[in-house]
Design a protein around this ligand. Structure first.
Ligand code: ATP
Ligand code: MG
Length: 172
């Protein structure tokens, strides 16, 4: 499914604004390219990041959604100025049902949003990382490779076993 990535970001942020009237959601950057992927699922990822940013920060604070791209990748970040996450818990965040105990328990949630987001990003060949400081806030990043058709043609290698096609590897 092909879609314009800037439109996806716009749509996500606009819809999330209605759910977070107390926060200032600010979108920066305009990755105006055609991207091939699951639009609905990627919207879910962006919405999860934004809903966390809103949930784990105080009313009236900003949530900054930034995006940038180069020839090969789109990078999106969602930054909040909320409770932050201790370093020793960062690596567990994308686990199923994981929630940082203490502060987060005051907010409702199942601990599934990031687990699902990680899976969706993985299926798109993407990656993600987090920067956070307790009491100052967090920034969640994800990167999606932009797969260009001509590039695929050049670098695609197929694996065969006894004339049976097994898999195609894209080596970018
Ligand atoms: P839900 O399933 O409704 O998304 P959840 O928000 O608790 O529930 P995740 O989105 O998977 O679950 O997040 C897992 C945990 O990571 C949260 O419970 C919270 O402890 C921590 N976390 C996630 N995002 C942030 C953030 N922006 N700031 C601080 N802590 C966060
Ligand atoms: Mg969540």
């Amino acid at each position: 499914e092909q879609f314009n990535f800037a439109e996806l970001l716009n749509d996500s942020v606009e819809s999330m604004k209605h759910t977070a009237p107390q926060h200032q959601l600010i979108l920066n950057g305009n990755p105006d390219i055609t991207y091939d992927g699951d639009r609905g699922r990627l919207e879910q990822v962006i919405n999860n990041f934004i809903s966390n940013a809103v949930k784990y920060s105080s009313a009236g604070t900003k949530v900054l959604i930034n995006s940038a791209m180069d020839q090969d990748n789109i990078v999106v970040s969602v930054q909040d100025f909320g409770i932050g996450i201790a370093k020793e818990n960062l690596h567990k965040l994308f686990d199923r049902y994981y929630r940082v105990d203490n502060t987060s328990m005051r907010f409702e949630g199942l601990g599934l949003g990031l687990y699902i987001s990680a899976e969706i990003l993985r299926r798109h060949g993407g990656s993600f990382w987090i920067e956070s400081e307790v009491g100052e806030g967090s920034t969640f990043y994800f990167r999606l490779p932009i797969v260009q058709t001509e590039k695929q043609e050049v670098t695609r290698t197929a694996t065969y076993y006894r004339d049976r096609y097994i898999s195609i590897n894209y080596n970018k």
